[in-house]
Design a protein around this ligand. Structure first.
Ligand code: TRP
Length: 328
């Protein structure tokens, strides 16, 4: 049974890691069973904060498509496309911007936070485009009349704004758009290999594109209980990153692993090997799909072209209604 229509997007930033997969993409893979889904690689959003360096953009878009397809998103069932391939996103963004008070955009909490955060890194994003980030996101969603938007908690203020803009549009002209509601994906429990939040900027990430050997390598570098110096020292699994991973990838064995760690009957090297093999087998299908897609990059491009064609049909119909409602 189809429960509704989903739109969601991700920025092609070249940083997609295993934490992003477990926090978001694996959720999409499940949702594709029960919803009509539009999933977009939002390259224009990537420009809102990285407009200066665009040389990696095409590669990043391609890599993101590979990530999504190897994760198991079905390009027949879902509409998978690149935002900039469907120009209607820009038109609707423009029209919605006419009726959005500046104060609404200024009070989005992520706006000032990110402005400051990126300012510290020496990035100047005091731009019109950056302020319009949630406006563009609103256009993305309502262009397909999506009612459900799977996002992380950090995106909730943006969706709040989207609903306000929708209400204003529907009130001023004609009720065309449904109010989109968030579908909260649970935050990923996966830390980085040093135990901090997984992030490429910390250098502690496990790339989602990692091959089995790269996975083994990253697991080997994980930090364990710092008090456990020798193999004969009893360990404390609760402070061990490897154990945190075992809780996700070795669910049926965690009790035993914790016991062996506390009793010092398993060493960290063996414990890591065990984890690595669990991860390799959990991700085996993903690796297989990735290898076959990598061997056929033309196919990936074709899928994106096909997706944009299908997205355009829906987008064009919505814009027809919007122009009529606004007397354009
Ligand atoms: N802002 C989202 C993020 O960074 C990406 C995004 C763009 C999005 N447009 C969207 C998410 C529309 C959901 C719906 O995660």
């Amino acid at each position: 049974m189809i429960k509704g229509r989903i739109f969601s997007g991700m920025q092609p930033s070249g940083k997609f890691h295993l934490g992003n997969y477990l926090g978001a993409l694996d959720n999409w893979v499940k949702l594709q069973q029960n919803y009509e889904c539009f999933f977009s690689i939002v390259d224009w959003h990537a420009l809102t904060s990285s407009y200066e360096n665009t040389e990696n953009l095409q590669q990043n878009i391609f890599d993101m498509a590979l990530d999504w397809l190897s994760a198991g998103l079905d390009p027949e069932k879902n509409v998978i496309f690149v935002q900039s391939h469907v120009k209607e996103h820009a038109e609707l963004h423009l029209l919605l911007s006419m009726m959005t008070p500046l104060s609404w955009l200024e009070r989005v909490p992520t706006y000032k936070d990110k402005l400051q955060q990126l300012g510290i890194q020496g990035k100047d994003i005091n731009t019109y485009g950056f302020m319009g980030y949630p406006e563009l996101m609103t256009a993305d969603i309502v262009l397909y009349k999506a009612d459900t938007v799977p996002v992380g908690e950090d995106q909730l203020p943006h969706l709040e704004l989207s609903r306000e803009i929708v209400r204003r549009f529907n009130h001023l002209y004609r009720p065309i758009f449904p109010e989109p509601k968030p579908y909260l994906s649970k935050a990923s429990l996966l830390p980085g290999i040093d135990g901090r939040k997984m992030s490429k900027s910390y250098g502690n990430e496990i790339p989602f594109a990692a091959s089995p050997d790269e996975l083994r390598d990253r697991v080997r570098q994980m930090v364990t209980d710092p008090q456990r110096v020798k193999k004969t020292d009893p360990g404390n699994p609760n402070v061990c990153t490897v154990y945190t991973f075992h809780k996700i990838f070795s669910q049926d064995q965690v009790g035993e692993i914790a016991k062996c760690c506390r009793e010092a009957t398993i060493g960290c090297v063996a414990c890591k090997k065990r984890l690595a093999e669990q991860m390799v087998s959990a991700l085996a299908d993903i690796h297989t799909r990735r290898r076959s897609l990598e061997a056929n990059p033309g196919k990936v491009k074709e899928i994106l072209t096909f997706g944009a064609e299908r997205a355009r049909v829906v987008a064009a119909a919505t814009m027809e209604e919007v122009r009529q409602a606004m007397n354009l």
